[in-house]
Write a protein that binds this ligand. Sequence first.
Ligand SMILES: [Zn+2]
Length: 538
Amino acid sequence: MFTLILSGFFNSNKRLARDRVALTATIFIAIASLPVALAQAPVRPGGALPTLGDTSELSVSAERRLGDRIASSIYRDPDYLDDPVLGDYVQSIWQPLMAAARARGELAPELEERFAWEVMQIRDRSINAFALPGGYLGLHLGLIGAVTSRDELASVLAHELTHVTQRHISRLMSKQSARMPWLIAAMLLGALAASKSPDAANAAIVGGQAAALQTQLNFSRDMEREADRVGFAVLADAGFDRQGFASMFDKLQQAARLNDNGAFPYLRSHPLTTERIAEARSRLQLEAPGPALPPSAVVTAERRALLHALMAARARVLADTGVDGLRPMVAEAQRLVLTATAWSPREAGVLYAGALAASRLREPALARSLVARLVTAAASTGDAALTEPVQMLALEIELAAGKTADLPRLENARGRAGLLLQVRSDLAAGRVQEVPGPLQTWVSQHPRDALAWQLLAQAYGRQGQTLRAIRADAESRVAQLDYPGARDRLKAAQDLVRSNRSSDGEASNYIDSSIVDTRAREIDQLLREQALQEKLDR
Ligand SMILES: [Zn+2]
């Protein structure tokens, strides 16, 4: 009985991926069914339910498999977002934290190799971040939008990273039961769905039930203390301002006081005891005050604050899909009077949010006028770290407006965001010949970049290279762990090769078709292994 309910939930998930209401409803139904499912779980020999409180930890590979299972559901959720600009920003914080954890010996080589280490963006206005099994982490856009510095964002990520490196999840899972990964995955997904901004009519009804289930998956006080203590050290070693930890606590406490309506799930899963806050403060006091910052470091700090303001503004706009939320951001930017050279982080954020919000409201003229003021102000700093995101926003606004001619080229665009945006611009301008080269290089180094594979598929499609287009599309499915979807596409590619052979009598591109055959065999093998593993897991 319980297997039926849960597998139904996972299968229907895929079919309903584009229907947000239906998906949310499905998750809630699955949650609501869980207590029933537990009560009706098959009675094992000996007459007992599966034992909770198993002492053995979940193995690294079992935890990764569980994480993959959860991640593949999140990829299909309409609120999963892969925004390359925010992604690059998060990575600029995440990578130094990883390096510091590695250097401190907190990150075991086996764990580093086997886990995903992927920070997933979730389009949600609530302030939340969470660690999932297998090295996946979730970050709500609401949290990026609410923190006032990159150090605060780093402190949350360092804390969550530590839950993963210290294997807290595997210890929790084994306590629940290593033998019920389907149930654990469903409970985690259900708790996540319920922790989202309450925009579904029945969220309140199921919320309590989900919260009750979630308490079984909460980290212990000792785990929280360890995540604070080790996370603080990792944060400091990575070169972030240690004050970030304390100010993050202050911010959360303030938010909780102002707004006690359950909109801060991060607080629920990480209760802010006065003890935790006091410990964070005393850690700061133990540190000897450093020497005064040299003038160059002060300038860098100011620019970092400006860049953070831009990224937080972007997160606020992308988290808000409604006119009611976007309109006030535009109005605030229109009211702003800015002298071209002096701009504060607050003003920069207001302008950026206003321009992007106007673009999303399909008011390109207004978006252009707002971003133009931002371009002037950013250019006055002469800092590439600031001019680049502003130029990218200007190009995004033109692309959203449907412009195809005279699109500005990104000068020395760096990072993934720059590459992918330039590719989108080239596609819009019909420069399809220029696209595959750089993208091929990129995906060969980053084979799990689904968005890059999708753009590559588009480029090949526009060039009439159908076989390559289908294969790139299949790889984008693989990247998001949708192996059945990938197999369907590869089969379609194989059919195409066969029909071409019979119609024109000559073999189509031999290399391309043999790549397709090889990948089809590999994916079939993966699917067989997955099916076998699922049998073992049940
Ligand atoms: Zn925690």
